[in-house]
Write a protein that binds this ligand. Structure first.
Ligand code: ATP
Length: 263
């Protein structure tokens, strides 16, 4: 089992941020995590990466039960691409350096690099369409270019679990589709990591994400095959708004029914 979360609750004062959450993800069972703002997605990811500890319940990631294993070691096998990571990086660093830092899961490179690390970083950048800006500083890159650099960085360590937290935020529609096709290629690759894709948008759910966890107000609303969740009825009840879901070319497209806000 890649992720095994059992009856996890996280309380902050009077507030229950995660409420009796259970979630299992098997090997290469690429999964989407969908929920509106404030539903608890980031909190759950912080927990999977061992940055916060549950008030109650049990967590095991990559077969290691929390509390019995060195989390710093565990994090080396998890690639995590998120906005908070973007904010921590040094803008003056070259894209190649940023990718190389993924080997040590550090911000900046302080350890010795081997020739094969350089080769791997360049090959990853190549496969993610970053070869034209290898030597450019991070702060000169567009949002789409930055996301690709961060994914290359996350893949440096050949992680077993790759978490992509809203990677399409701030991308235009073509940059989004281009990034999604790269993510699809990673999911289908030989020795692919298990992917967790976090989003607010059903349009971004690629066919490779066969399972979906719907999180609502800190609770698991549903965790099952994506196909069975992506119906107008179920998503309308999930969002508490009448919606229409269409499947086109294997992707789901959501529109809010015209009278939902008396438009
Ligand atoms: N340290 C904390 N102390 C108190 N409340 C917190 C803390 N961290 C998160 N919360 C609250 O928990 C709820 C869930 O937050 P979280 O960031 O996990 O949601 P999210 O689904 O990632 O939202 P978004 O899509 O907007 O990023 C929010 O109401 C947030 O204010």
């Amino acid at each position: 089992m890649i992720i095994d979360i059992s009856h996890v609750t996280w309380e902050r004062g009077e507030d229950i941020i995660l409420d009796d959450v259970s979630w299992q993800v098997g090997e290469r069972e690429h999964c989407c995590l969908l929920g509106l703002n404030g539903s608890g997605k980031t909190t759950l990811l912080n927990m999977i990466n061992g940055y916060i500890w549950p008030t109650s319940g049990k967590i095991s990631v990559l077969g290691h039960t929390f509390g019995e294993y060195d989390l710093r070691e565990l994090r080396k096998s998890i690639g995590w691409v998120s906005t908070s990571l973007q904010q921590k990086l040094y803008g003056s660093e070259k894209a190649l350096q940023i990718v190389l830092s993924g080997k040590f899961s550090t911000i900046g490179v302080y350890d010795k690099l081997e020739e094969e690390d350089m080769e791997r970083a360049r090959a990853l950048m190549d496969s993610l369409g970053c070869s034209s800006f290898v030597e450019r500083t991070y702060d000169t890159l567009s949002q789409g270019e930055r996301q690709r650099v961060l994914i290359a960085r996350a893949l440096m360590n050949s992680p077993k679990l790759l978490i992509l937290d809203e990677p399409c935020t701030g991308l235009d529609i073509f940059a989004r589709e281009s990034l999604l096709s790269m993510i699809d290629a990673i999911a289908k690759g030989k020795d692919a990591p298990t992917l967790i894709y976090v989003t607010h948008h059903v349009e971004e759910i690629l066919p490779c994400f066969t399972k979906t966890l719907l999180l609502k107000k800190g609770q698991v609303y549903a965790s099952e095959a994506t196909e069975s969740l992506m119906t107008s009825d179920r998503m309308g009840t999930f969002f508490d708004v009448p919606v229409h879901i269409e499947n086109r070319y294997g992707r789901y497209w959501l529109s809010v029914k015209g009278d939902a806000w008396n438009i």
